[in-house]
Unconditional design. Structure first.
Length: 314
């Protein structure tokens, strides 16, 4: 049974995708400084984590887009997932589908009473923004002006993301784990991830609009790098973020530490399969480095046959 998300759910999840895209490889500038860090950018999305007691778990880098290309991956990943005792995704996707939670989250994405987009942008910036909204959203543009800048950027991304597959890698792995009766958990709460959007500086929205073509090119490049498990190239894409780099780096690093702290018990017990955005893997502040700092042995898992994870219509 395929997991399906209505438009409101897709908006929330796409907003979170936006966070991943903007902070894609937030640790890349540090990852290139020394050879000692290059092992965190091996050509592998799949990594083995072993505790001091010998308990083994796995970390796999996902991508939050529904594109056919990203599903041409190794069968090794699925074999290890099927044998795991617990599956951890960034979000508890079943909870993310709850209308009550979505309604609450949607309210948090609205501008506070008395605030308008004019409160955040200069007149000339506001004109450019409204033009872009009309071109991208049509009749929904006036309604979109009630959203906070970060949430508005998420909405703009909604219809531009590739959708050539019925679901994202995260959704697919979640569904497969449930079908195998594996316990499924979310590492972060929806409100925690949306807080990243809530605190996003307004100028990030303008930069994204003014670099729309380059953003599309970066997404295409990111998808190709993911499909070939080129983690090193993925972390290098942060160079295009210019003025927002320091902000996004800080946000990404904080989330990495928070996620690893919450996964400590699972890693000690072993049998966990952890699926997080590939952007979180590499670099000296990435999840792999943070796990290693806590005394775990971390190594890339190679081998296996590349197959289509899901069947696509011919």
């Amino acid at each position: 049974m395929m997991i399906r998300f209505d438009r409101k759910t897709k908006f929330v999840l796409t907003s979170l995708i936006l966070v991943q895209c903007l902070i894609a490889c937030g640790s890349s500038t540090q990852a290139s400084k020394g050879n000692s860090e290059q092992r965190w950018t091996d050509n592998s999305l799949l990594w083995e984590v072993t505790s001091a007691s010998g308990a083994v778990s796995y970390v796999f880098g996902t991508i939050h887009v529904a594109d056919i290309t990203v599903f041409q991956q190794r069968d090794t990943v699925l074999k290890l997932l099927d044998k795991s005792k617990a599956f951890y995704a960034e979000l508890h996707l079943d909870s993310a589908r709850g209308m009550g939670d979505l309604t609450t989250m949607a309210s948090k994405m609205m501008l506070p009473e008395g605030k308008t987009l004019a409160s955040y942008f200069k007149p000339d910036e506001l004109l450019r923004l409204r033009k872009a909204l009309k071109e991208r959203l049509g009749a929904m543009a006036p309604i979109a002006e009630n959203l906070k800048p970060g949430a508005l950027l998420g909405l703009l991304m909604l219809d531009s993301l590739p959708t050539t597959a019925p679901m994202s890698v995260d959704e697919f792995l979640w569904k497969r784990a449930k079908n195998h009766r594996i316990a499924c958990y979310g590492i972060e709460r929806i409100d925690e991830q949306l807080a990243v959007l809530d605190s996003m500086p307004p100028h990030v929205l303008l930069e994204a609009l003014e670099n729309d073509a380059s953003s599309d090119a970066m997404m295409s490049e990111l998808i190709h790098a993911y499909a070939t498990e080129d983690v090193g190239h993925i972390v290098g894409l942060v160079d295009s973020l210019s003025g927002v780099e320091s902000y996004m780096l800080k946000i990404n690093d904080e989330r990495n530490v928070r996620m690893i702290n919450r996964l400590h018990s699972a890693l000690e017990s072993g049998g966990a399969f952890i699926a997080v955005g590939a952007a979180h893997l590499g670099g000296s502040q990435g999840i792999l480095a943070e796990i290693a700092k806590q005394g775990y042995t971390v190594r890339p898992v190679k081998g296996g046959s590349r197959v289509d994870w899901i069947a696509f219509p011919k």
